[in-house]
Design a protein around this ligand. Sequence first.
Ligand code: SF4
Length: 396
Amino acid sequence: MRTAIATPSTPPLATAAPPQIQGWCPGALRPMLSGDGLVVRVRPHAGWLTSAQAAGIAALARQHGNGLLDLTSRANLQLRGVDPDGHTALLQGLHALGLVDSSAECESRRNILVSPFWQPDDGTQAIAAVLAEALAAPDAPALPGKFGFAVDCGAQAVLRASPADIRIERGCGGFTVHAEGYATGACVSAQDLVPAAMALAHWFTAQGGKRMAALAPQHALPERFQATSDFSPSASPPQPGPTAVGWLVGAEFGQLQADTLAALSTLGALRLTPWRMLLVEGLQHAPKIDGLVTRPFDARMRVVACTGAPGCLQAAAATRPLARALAPLVPVDQLLHVSGCSKGCAHPRATLTLVATPAGFNLVRHGTAAALPDLLALAPETIASYLFPTPHAPRI
Ligand code: SF4
């Protein structure tokens, strides 16, 4: 029998304090304090790590952190549990691997998501490098902390489901540069691509916005960025398994042990993805490494959960044990997000969402962690019957 619960029309039994919005992402030079120590985020250039860099990061995570690494939705790698006293030595190690920017500002601006399916002759790596250089220049626009670019220049766009304020894609017989939230973009040549993206970024800062999409209702784009609305559809996010350029391997909740990263580094260069997967370049068979998801449609990839308690100071409850227990019940075509608070770090998009509060878990049937809940304060052991109401829904 279901327990009595509050509904959205009645006040919740207890409300969590609003989460603290930092408005910036951690970096290597500017780490963020979490419940398990410093979070140090490494931004590999163009989302690409040589075998030596990957092995080096694994060693540094063991030496200076708690040995856990996160794959982020911006295709970066985060070292967790770093002792503040070891941060300087960690930076020296990352610097030796060529993974530290010249300043925290440059690091923050170099927020470039790259399609992991790039081919050597499609220009992706060169575009990302020139864009990074432009963002490090003294006249680069002062962009807000979460502002990002997507370089998605394969035959088909694959990154549209991942947030990015400015997108560079193929189109118009060359390339397009378009702004998130707007239906039109500019047609550009390879030579004019990065200057056009920077012009759009300068226009954005002149409007004084925080994210590009928020400008769309009130601010018309410069004429040049109204040239085309003919964008090809984006592919759906991929599944773990073989691809044309290597093998995609997933990690439950996007978290890897340092030993797992070290083992992967022996198989080839690694490309980071925004889907909590790594692409092992050139690999044509599933790697035999414990703790990885190597085949499509694994239930573990149907749930996302943030660090939760105790690793995050803002979390009202643990998230991952509940997500792990619910994963086998989630239908193949659904995604369940379990969030430790209404900030929803692990998945900023609308989906089936559970949000921890001091009184229990709020359920949002389709929305972000910040959306108005449909049900309030569910006890963890009853949640399965609300999410998947069959006569025999198991109790967690
Ligand atoms: S969403 Fe999760 S990781 Fe983000 S602040 Fe809230 S509890 Fe922490």
